[in-house]
Structures are given as C-alpha cells and as structure tokens.
Design a protein around this ligand. Structure first.
Ligand SMILES: [Zn+2]
Length: 380
C-alpha cells in the first residue's frame, strides 16, 4: 500500500509505458490504471534507468519520512486524535502503532544502555572488599573497629567490654567458622544431609552449602557441582545452584546486575501492555471499542512516553540536569487529555477512570517489577 504514495519519475508514468497486465502479480490492468489495484505496483513497462532506480529509492524514504512526521506531529500535538483516526480506519498516513512502539523501545534501550552506568557500583563494592562478619574481629576477640580518640567512642568501647559482648560475638563467629570448615571438608555429606528435611529447610540448607562452595572453593558451574561433589542432578538442585550463583554475582557486581535489569525494561512493556489493555477495556466496557482498539490506545501513549523519556535523556546528557520529573508530569497531563478525547467522556468520569487506571497501572508495574527482578536474579 505504501507504494501508492510514491511519486515516481514522471517519465515512467506516461501513458505510452502503461501495460495491460501487472508485471508484479499478473493481474489484468486497464491503460488508465496508474497502479495495480491488487498489489499497488506502478503500471509501467519502461525499463528502469539508473535515475528511475534512485528516484524510487528516495521516494520510498520520503514516503516513510512523511508518514513518520505525520505520526509524530499527531501524537505530540493532538493527544488521543491519532488513535481515534487509526481505529476509525485512517491508517495508511500513519506508521503502524506496534512497529512505531518497537522502534522507540529500541532507541530508548540503546540510549539507556549507553548512559546507565551502574558499573561504578561494582568498583565501590570491590574497593571496599565487602566486610564479612568475622573480619570485624581480631584473632584474640578484640573489636577491629576504628574507634579513634573521641570520648564517646571510648565510652562505647568500654560499654561493649563490660557487657562481654565482644566475647559472645567472638564465640558465635568461631562457631560459624567451625561449621563452615566442617561443611567445606565434607561438602557432599553436608549437602545430602538435607535430603530428608522439609522443603524450606532443605532449600535453605542446600543453598548455604552451595554458597560456601562458590565463595570459598571457587565453584563456577553446575556441571562441576555434579562431577566434583557427586551431587544428584535434579531440577531442584539446579535451581538452588543458579540462585546461589546469581545472588553471589549480584553481591559482588550489583552495578552490572542493575544495568542488565534496566536494559530489559523497554521490552517488558510488550508483555505488560496487553495485560494492562484488559483493564482499560473493563473501565470502558460500555464503549463500542474492541480490545484491540484499547491496545492501540496504550501503544500510542507508551510511544509518547518513550519519546518524552528519550528527550529527557538528551536534555539530561547535554545540560547535566535531572529533567525526568518534568517529562513525567507532561505525560500525566497528556494521558488525561488523550483519554478525554479518545473515549469522549466528561471530565468527572474521565478523572475517576484516570485514577482507577493509574492505580491498576502502578500495581501491575509493581508486580512486573518484582517478577522481572527475581527473574533477572535467577538468570543473571
Ligand atoms: Zn499487481
């Protein structure tokens, strides 16, 4: 269909070049047909010259550009109108809402991948060499805290001494150390000792053994766990191993984990929006719109949100400011206007539905966030 918009070189358009059948699909044509009604290829038998060839190429680009510009300007300046046009059948002049949203998600993804630099977090964690429980204590049970010369701190130190607290903690610390070294010297037995425990105790017991092996004996892969420690290959063991490895990785490189998580967000919208559209459909159940219409409405609004976030990202990186909240505010107002115009209900009704849908949105977003976070943690 897009080809109909192409204004090809005038010479090829002339009557003398027209044929009586389509060169592309073979349909019978009239000499008055400029385009094939079946496949919309231009009705021309003229051999392509190099110039015709480039003309066609640029015409395609311009046609795509004009669609894109029209989509952008309708979306930006007239909330709700583009969806109204689209579901009422005015489609060829706009780009497909799904493809449009997908392109924006990709651009946004690239933008945040370049920008979001949580890897600094990794450095902080590695520099500090995460203090472990036992590193607070010297070998003779004294506290390794840097208390300085201040009176208050001396007092605190005295209080701790008088309570014999440090001895108690040292005792516990020693117990943990002993337990750990027993586990490490008999990993298979320690692991299998939990085989008959209840589900919760079994999982947490196995988890602790595997964490120790990962941290102290450099266990890297599930295969090694099976071979070296002769652990049985079961789904449960595999899941426990993956979780322990992910959590260990996360605690050592939280920045990389966040980068990974955030880069998944734009694509999570494609699972999220179809679910959300069900609630829009419920809120407007007495309207004549179909589920697909509501979905297109949410695609258009999500596209606008991506555009605003991309602009916000550019503003932030050029001017070194934090403009996110401005663009989110603009979006909130825009969304209300879009609902008013697309669904054509009064201000009061729209306010109620706006609040309802926003509440649902945040609940769903919260649930998806948790799912995405745990999902990332397990597969990280
Ligand atoms: Zn044809």
């Amino acid at each position: 269909m897009a080809n109909k918009l192409i204004s090809f070189s005038k010479k090829r358009d002339q009557l003398k070049y027209r044929g009586t059948s389509c060169r592309n699909c073979g349909r019978q044509l009239d000499l008055s047909d400029k385009f094939c009604p079946n496949c919309s290829q231009a009705n021309s038998t003229k051999k392509l010259t190099l110039r015709d060839f480039f003309d066609e190429f640029f015409a395609n680009i311009i046609s795509y550009d004009s669609k894109l510009l029209k989509t952008l300007s309708a979306l930006l300046w007239r909330p709700g109108k583009i969806t109204k046009d689209y579901v009422n059948g005015k489609r060829v002049s706009y780009t497909n809402p799904f493809r449009f949203l997908l392109s924006l998600a990709i651009i946004y993804f690239l933008a945040i991948s370049f920008n979001s630099d949580f890897s600094k977090l990794d450095e902080i964690v590695q520099d500090k060499d995460t203090p472990s429980f036992s590193s607070f204590f010297g070998d003779n049970g004294t506290l390794n805290l840097d208390l300085g010369d201040h009176e208050e701190q001396k007092e605190l130190s005295n209080v701790i001494d008088s309570l014999k607290l440090s001895e108690e903690i040292q005792k516990i610390s020693n117990q943990i150390k002993t337990k750990d070294s027993i586990t490490l010297s008999h990993p298979t037995e320690s692991f299998n000792a939990f085989a008959d425990s209840t589900f919760g105790a079994r999982i947490s017991g196995k988890y602790k053994v595997i964490s120790l092996l990962i941290n102290k004996q450099g266990l890297k892969s599930y295969g090694t766990l099976l071979d070296k420690y002769s652990i049985e290959d079961t789904n449960e063991n595999k899941i426990v191993f993956n979780s322990a490895r992910s959590v260990n990785k996360f605690s050592k490189q939280p920045g990389s984990f966040l980068n990974d998580l955030i880069s998944k967000l734009p694509f999570a919208t494609f699972f999220f929006l179809p679910l959300f559209a069900i609630f829009i459909w419920l809120a407007y159940i007495r309207k004549k719109y179909t589920y697909t219409d509501h979905l297109i409405f949410s695609f258009h609004n999500q596209s606008l949100l991506f555009i605003l976030l991309i602009i916000s990202f550019l503003v932030d990186s050029v001017f070194k400011v934090d403009s996110g909240w401005i663009f989110i505010s603009i979006f909130s107002i825009y969304l209300f206007r879009a609902m008013r115009i697309f669904y054509g209900q009064g201000t009061l009704k729209t306010i109620v539905k706006y609040l309802f849908l926003n509440t649902i949105f945040f609940i769903l977003a919260g649930i998806s966030g948790i799912l995405l976070f745990t999902g990332s943690l397990i597969t990280y």
